[in-house]
Design a protein around this ligand. Structure first.
Ligand code: PHE
Length: 337
């Protein structure tokens, strides 16, 4: 039995064959099992002899089977490694990679510059209450300034925000009269305009707000001058021109010396040497008071700019519709941003 088993085990060519041999000898009805079972019929003298012999055979068979099993699985693995080898010399499939949209890149750059000057970023809803979009910003129902910002109304009290300025008010309310407030608020805004090269019914703005004790116009100018130079990465002249916004007093618009000609006059600046980049002003005391700030103790300034306009200037783009039409030929030019 032992000899026969040895040669059968050696000849086994697969794990399945080996399993059958295990059943044949060591299974419940196996040949060796039968010998062990038969022990009860033996005389007391024969029993220990046959018993130890049978046990010896059993452990021998088990050892052979184990060795064989290991051999089989090793050769199986080797065979698999040979047939399933990966050919690392094959050229790789290159997958196209997306890029950052030029508008997003400009917004992120603006955020980074202000974060570097100690500002934090706040966001607010695009579907806004009339009371935040207009009333709290000193633009009552009958105010002619509402004409400047033709709006998409959802109900008489709810609209798509026409600027990011309501986030100023929401931020001040959240801070409950605490200073300093130093935030920028980027986001989408909506106006009922006909789309053309310079107008879009949806565009983006970045709003800024600083409120603290002793904030003056000089802080506004200093911070915005520093910002403009960082944004365009060059030395620039800036000037503030008087303007009007209902929520700031006094109100200004800031021009930078033309990034194209440096101020000598070219097509981009319409020969003036100056380019307007943002609106700003000292926060109107009525707005401060309405949002819970003591306007006798604290002052502040606010500004608002359009990333589209800045991207146009920075990258020499001539039609803002290009930002919204997802033309890959246009977008791929900015893939490295
Ligand atoms: N909200 C103004 C606009 O959309 C911009 C602005 C913001 C002006 C903050 C002054 C201060 O035109």
């Amino acid at each position: 039995l032992k000899k026969e088993a040895q040669s059968l085990i050696a000849a086994a060519g697969s794990p399945e064959e080996l399993k059958q041999l295990r059943v044949k000898y060591l299974g419940k009805k196996g040949e060796l099992t039968a010998v062990l079972r038969g022990m009860k019929d033996l005389s007391p003298e024969e029993r220990p002899v046959v018993g130890s012999l049978a046990n010896e055979v059993r452990s021998q068979l088990e050892q052979w089977m184990e060795t064989k099993e290991r051999e089989l699985s090793e050769s199986l693995l080797e065979a698999r490694l040979k047939t399933e080898a990966v050919d690392v010399t094959l050229p790789a499939v290159s997958r196209p990679q997306g890029g950052i949209h030029p508008l997003s890149a400009v917004i992120e750059e603006i955020e980074d510059i202000f974060i570097g000057m100690g500002f934090t970023v706040a966001e607010g809803p695009e579907v806004e209450l009339d009371s935040y979009n207009f009333e709290a910003l000193n633009i009552p129902k009958d105010h002619p300034a509402r004409d400047m910002q033709d709006s998409f109304y959802i109900t008489p009290e709810i609209l798509l925000r026409t600027h990011t300025s309501p986030v100023q008010v929401r931020t001040m309310e959240e801070r409950e009269g605490q200073v300093p407030v130093k935030v920028i608020c980027p986001g989408k805004v909506y106006r009922r305009d006909n789309d053309d090269a310079t107008h879009s019914h949806q565009f983006t703005q970045v709003e800024g707000l600083v409120v603290d004790r002793g904030i003056a116009m000089s802080e506004l100018h200093g911070i915005l001058q520093e910002f403009a130079q960082k944004l365009f990465d060059m030395t620039l002249d800036t000037r503030l021109r008087p303007s009007y916004f209902p929520f700031t007093e006094p109100s200004v618009e800031m021009d930078i010396s033309c990034v194209q000609c440096g101020g000598s006059g070219c097509r981009m600046c319409k020969q003036t040497g100056w380019i307007e980049i943002l609106g700003a002003g000292m926060v109107h005391p009525r707005v401060l008071k309405g949002a819970g700030y003591d306007s006798e103790r604290y002052t502040g300034f606010a500004f608002g700019m359009g990333p589209e306009r800045i991207a146009l200037l920075k990258y020499g783009i001539d039609d803002i519709r290009q930002f919204y039409t997802n033309d890959l030929k246009f977008l791929r030019q900015f893939q490295t941003l």
